[in-house]
Design a protein around this ligand. Structure first.
Ligand SMILES: CC(C)(COP(=O)(O)OP(=O)(O)OC[C@H]1O[C@@H](n2cnc3c(N)ncnc32)[C@H](O)[C@@H]1O)[C@@H](O)C(=O)NCCC(=O)NCCS
Ligand SMILES: Nc1ncnc2c1ncn2[C@@H]1O[C@H](COP(=O)(O)OP(=O)(O)OP(=O)(O)O)[C@@H](O)[C@H]1O
Length: 197
């Protein structure tokens, strides 16, 4: 079974991913793939420099992710330009890694995709799981983890579909507003229901 894991920014996808890996279920991480896709030498890198200029580069020519983030999280059109450059490469690599795990004999593979719903990638998965947190907790955890201010955190959250709207698009929801242990119990219940554990 191919499982789509999604959520909002800082809702707890990585926290749930590490639980899944502990249960020996492989996870393909779209954020990590997106990071590798924009390294110097990759096709997407030169397209990004062409579209956004040298202002978003460090002196060593690598992409200054904070600077690029400031541009795209505050401007929908620019975000769409970046998405159109990066997403095709991410999709292709996700499929390659998924097939690699299946060919190794794993029956279940998780695709951790923050924008599963916004980018209409549901067709890639058999079942989908949303890691939900309430808005207040999401803001607090995002600001704490990224050591960032309220305005920056708010613009990142607003660049995504509100999490309560995402609930209608998935098969199961896990509420990560409580403790990690409480979340683990919910994830285990869902996986047992699906016959994965
Ligand atoms: C803008 C960039 C450089 C900011 O980098 P930064 O290191 O600050 O953040 P990071 O990549 O770790 O992403 C953190 C979270 O931001 C959210 N996010 C990232 N990109 C987007 C986007 N285009 N739209 C909405 N939310 C996004 C996701 O929830 C993600 O989990 C980077 O996020 C990026 O290249 N984004 C475009 C690729 C993309 O869409 N990635 C998301 C999964 S495919
Ligand atoms: N149940 C929890 N209780 C307390 N802190 C938590 C809990 N779950 C996650 N966190 C913390 O909240 C932050 C966000 O969690 P995590 O990195 O797992 O989210 P994410 O959805 O993967 O984020 P992103 O996709 O934006 O990278 C982290 O600092 C993490 O340690």
């Amino acid at each position: 079974m191919i499982i789509g894991l999604t959520g909002g920014i800082a809702s707890g996808k990585s926290t749930v991913s590490s639980m899944l890996r502990d249960w020996d279920i492989p996870v393909v991480d779209a954020d990590l793939i997106a990071r590798e896709a924009v390294e110097p030498g990759q096709e997407a890198y030169s397209k990004i420099v062409q579209a956004f200029g040298e202002d978003i580069l460090f002196d060593d020519k690598t992409i200054n992710r904070k600077a690029l983030g400031r541009v795209i999280f505050n401007d929908r059109k620019k975000r769409e330009v970046l998405n159109s450059i990066v997403h095709p490469a991410v999709r292709a690599e996700m499929k390659r890694q998924r097939d690699g795990w299946l060919n190794q004999g794993f029956k279940h593979v998780v695709l951790d995709i923050p924008l599963l719903i916004e980018s209409e990638l549901d067709y890639l998965v058999d079942k989908s799981l949303l890691v939900y947190v309430d808005e207040k907790t999401q803001m607090e955890r995002l600001m704490q983890r990224d050591q960032t201010g309220e305005e920056d955190a708010r613009s990142r959250i607003r660049s995504q579909m509100p999490m309560k709207d995402k609930q209608a698009h998935v098969d199961e929801v896990v509420d990560n507003t409580g403790t990690v242990e409480e979340t683990k119990k919910q994830v285990k219940d869902v996986l047992e229901k699906w016959g994965v554990l």
